[in-house]
Design a protein around this ligand. Structure first.
Ligand code: SIN
Length: 292
């Protein structure tokens, strides 16, 4: 197995490993360390059956089952289908997943360590892949914050709400999303998360606050909360923290959900099929020990 860092603010390619085969303990640890160091890992040229894909994700932690997951691979509720493909007049996947800057599961009491996506079908136009996934580095964004903002927000929490992103996507013209049911809302009530938190692998502080789900800074007058959230979201949007992954079919992309925020680019048409399998790996292990 060889790891080639992108040389950018995030990203590495890992070659010489077949994720369909069991991983040696040393390989698992190396991948975990690389996740902390590079944030976004691409394993190109993989051929993975759904069970092998889920097994790879599960090595890193329990797999989440999305609260609004009506689209999953048959028999695998933990493997979500993200796709614009329509079969027999019916969508087979969530077509607009992640189309806005966010961090998966920040709305959940138990946060997610990583997302893992497997590219089954990638839209290509004029030889160029479409539907990039974009990232921003939240280790770097934290380090670059002005000292007075770090001091003002140190020890503070923000409220994160699953419904914020859902309702934002639903309000977009042509959205296929229905309203969240009372049961879905009750399963994912708003939660408070520290705005700065130690990263579970690196132990370094990250800015853990994303525009998709964070609704307010807790215990602050509304106007100040709005001003500070606006500041944080503008700060993390700086070009120097940005990285994009252009997909090739067979890519497995694993990204750090604590130290990055991400956005799925919707630059392809309904007749340009995209099909991704996704698992969300919950942060259920002692990663600092495993990566040591
Ligand atoms: C996600 O937010 O997990 C989806 C990303 C993508 O489909 O590119």
């Amino acid at each position: 197995m060889k790891i080639y860092p992108s040389g950018k603010v995030l990203g590495a390619r890992i070659v010489g490993i077949d994720l369909a085969q069991p991983l040696a303990d040393a390989e698992f640890r190396q991948i975990l360390r690389a996740l902390g160091e590079h944030g976004v890992l691409c394993f190109p040229n993989q051929r993975l059956a759904t069970d092998a894909f889920a097994r790879f994700g599960r090595l890193f932690g329990e797999l989440g089952i999305n609260v609004a997951n009506q689209f999953h691979e048959p028999g695998f509720p933990e493997v979500m289908v993200l796709s614009n493909v329509i079969t027999g007049g019916k969508p087979i996947g969530l077509a607009d997943a992640g189309q806005g800057w966010h961090t998966d599961m920040s709305y959940s009491k138990e946060i997610a360590l990583a997302n893992v996506l497997y590219a089954v079908k990638v839209p290509v136009r004029d030889g160029r892949p479409l539907g990039d996934t974009q990232f921003r580095n939240m280790h770097a964004a934290y380090e670059d914050l002005p000292a007075e903002i770090k001091a003002r927000l140190n020890g503070r929490t923000a409220t994160h709400d699953f419904a914020k992103f859902w309702d934002m996507m639903r309000a977009r013209p042509g959205s296929q999303r229905g309203p969240l049911t009372a049961e879905q809302r009750a399963k994912k009530p708003p939660v408070s998360q520290p705005i700065f938190r130690p990263h579970p692998i690196t132990g370094r502080a990250v800015l853990y606050c994303n525009p998709g789900y964070a609704t307010r800074v807790d215990g602050m007058p509304e106007a100040e909360s709005v001003r500070l959230l606006d500041f944080l979201f503008e700060h993390q949007a700086h070009e120097k923290f940005f990285y994009a992954h252009a997909w090739t079919e067979g890519d497995v992309l694993m990204w750090d959900n604590v130290g990055t925020v991400h956005n799925a680019v919707a630059d392809y048409r309904a007749d340009e099929p995209r099909y991704m399998r996704r698992v969300q790996v919950m942060a259920t292990k002692d990663y600092a020990r495993l990566a040591a």
